[in-house]
Design a protein around this ligand. Structure first.
Ligand SMILES: Nc1nc2c(ncn2[C@@H]2O[C@H](COP(=O)(O)OP(=O)(O)OP(=O)(O)O)[C@@H](O)[C@H]2O)c(=O)[nH]1
Ligand SMILES: [Mg+2]
Length: 464
């Protein structure tokens, strides 16, 4: 007869009486762990992580604001005054860029705008016959020259304003660009990237902002005249200055914005251009069917070398988002005639496709639902109506008609094809044409995207 080695155990209810206390503690710990696990599971089930990805200026932060407007408009209302200095900064930057270009053409080129004009500086390059700037004027037109000193003293405040906004942090090499104030205070050892949030700026100093406000009130007439001047108009129309898209909107509204009691409107907040550095987290509570879900939107800075574009080079942050519910990828269709600021040889549509490919191929993000927003439809329409031809920039476009319908479908087909060929998880791709400054149209897209994301989320946490 073989003898089997065995251990003898007590069942929990048979423990000797002396161990009763130990048993009670052990049970309590078990129960605590069970409850904790349950809580974690519940919390995870209520948490929806959405990443906003795409190249610089594709509209990620604008989409975040639209989400906020739809689901938490009260918080956007609270933040409204905080956007005031950033609107000012957008205006100052646009004025500076225009003045630098004018000075390059009519000034000495070595001294600042407002300096004595060079006696014989002629326009560079051979002028095109239809170019309104082709008149070989050698000096500043006198009326324009007279506007420069007050404008210059306004523009001189740009750096101080940027510094006030970013809490004294200077972004080297990128004049006029600054981060959302307060982000640097939020870098903690546990977070590898700066998290920014405009709400954290509530207690920052406003002395420079108030100074700029006073100057704007004073100089609004000159700014309006300058902006309306035929030479400035010609520079803008001929795209001789790469103004940010918000610039024209703010300069057209200068009298309203220059008022002492100015508070940015929702439209202003959507138009503002503020480059995102690193990743910013926005938390929004959303009620769906009586249940409260916490949406965490991760707005990822899109300039090259930043998080959004570092899939090939620095993917260290990606594992933090392994459990992301969804990725919303934004591609600005209107950028077909533009090149990257960071790399002037790369066409922006091409860059978007490369980035989209990298996202489709990234195994760590394979479980997230994928939404594609082909954005800036309004600007694309405008460019095509102005006669800008796609084939001039994208040779493969060939002889297709230069209409919005054809061009937008062409771009969409390319993204769909990329997704079909490269997507690691063969997931569904939801696509939308968007114009994110159009509140009404965007809100209905947000509802539909939100529903798709929620369906995916509920399925993945086993609640569908
Ligand atoms: N006309 C137009 N402008 C848009 C649209 N979407 C965004 N913009 C503007 O484009 C500019 C850039 O948008 P952002 O949302 O700041 O871009 P981003 O993707 O967050 O850029 P980074 O932070 O640099 O990565 C802003 O001035 C927006 O107002 C659109 O559909 N149409
Ligand atoms: Mg941004």
């Amino acid at each position: 007869m073989s003898r089997r080695a065995s251990i003898s155990v007590y069942h929990a209810d048979e423990l000797p009486t002396g161990d009763e206390e130990a048993r009670r503690i052990s049970n309590a710990i078990d129960e605590e762990l069970r409850q904790e696990k349950e809580l974690r599971k519940k919390k995870a089930a209520r948490e929806v992580k959405v990443m906003l990805l795409g190249q610089a200026e594709s509209g990620k932060s604008t989409l975040q604001k639209q989400f906020q407007l739809y689901y938490a408009s009260h918080s956007l209302d609270q933040e409204r005054p905080l956007w005031r200095p950033i609107v000012y900064s957008n205006i100052l930057k646009a004025l500076r860029m225009l003045m630098v270009e004018l000075d390059r053409r009519y000034g000495s080129g070595t001294e600042g705008p407002g300096s004595t004009p060079a006696s014989n500086s002629i326009l560079e390059g051979s002028p095109e016959p239809s170019d309104p700037l082709s008149d070989p004027v050698s000096v500043y037109p006198p009326e324009l020259l007279a506007m420069l000193p007050p404008l210059q003293s306004l523009v001189d405040q740009e750096d101080a304003l940027a510094s006030e906004l970013s809490g004294g942090v200077k972004v080297t090499g990128r004049s006029g660009v600054f981060v959302r104030a307060g982000w640097q205070a939020l870098i903690t050892p546990n977070r590898a990237w700066p998290i920014a949030d405009i709400r954290d700026t509530a207690n920052r100093p406003t002395a420079v902002t108030n100074l700029v406000a006073g100057s704007l009130l004073h100089a609004q007439g000159v700014i309006a005249q300058f902006w309306a001047h035929p030479l400035v108009r010609a520079l803008v129309t001929a795209s001789k200055v790469r103004l940010e898209e918000s610039a024209a909107f703010f300069l057209n509204n200068i009298h309203r914005i220059a008022q002492a009691d100015y508070t940015p409107s929702t439209e202003d907040v959507l138009h503002v251009r503020l480059q995102t550095l690193g990743v910013t987290e926005h938390s929004i509570d959303i009620d769906i069917g009586g249940v409260r879900f916490n949406w965490l939107l991760y707005d990822v800075g899109g300039a090259r070398g930043q998080a959004s574009t570092s899939f090939h080079t620095r993917p260290s942050w990606v594992p933090y988002f392994e459990d992301a519910t969804a990725i919303i990828f934004l591609a600005p269709m209107s950028a077909f005639d533009q090149y990257l600021e960071e790399d002037p040889r790369t066409n922006r549509i091409d860059d978007s496709l490369q980035l989209f490919t990298a996202i489709c191929q990234n195994k760590l993000l394979a479980k997230a639902a994928l939404v594609l927003m082909l954005n800036k439809a309004d600007l694309l329409k405008k460019k095509l109506e102005a006669g800008i031809r796609v084939r001039k920039y994208i040779s493969s476009y060939g002889d297709r008609p230069n209409t919005y319908e054809e061009v937008s479908e062409y771009f969409r087909a390319h993204f769909i094809q990329t997704h079909r060929r490269k997507d690691v998880s063969h997931r569904v791709l939801y696509t939308h044409f968007t114009a994110l400054l159009d509140i009404k149209a965007t809100q209905s897209i947000i509802i539909s995207v939100g529903e798709a994301i929620m369906r995916q989320h509920l399925a993945s946490v086993g609640l569908s």
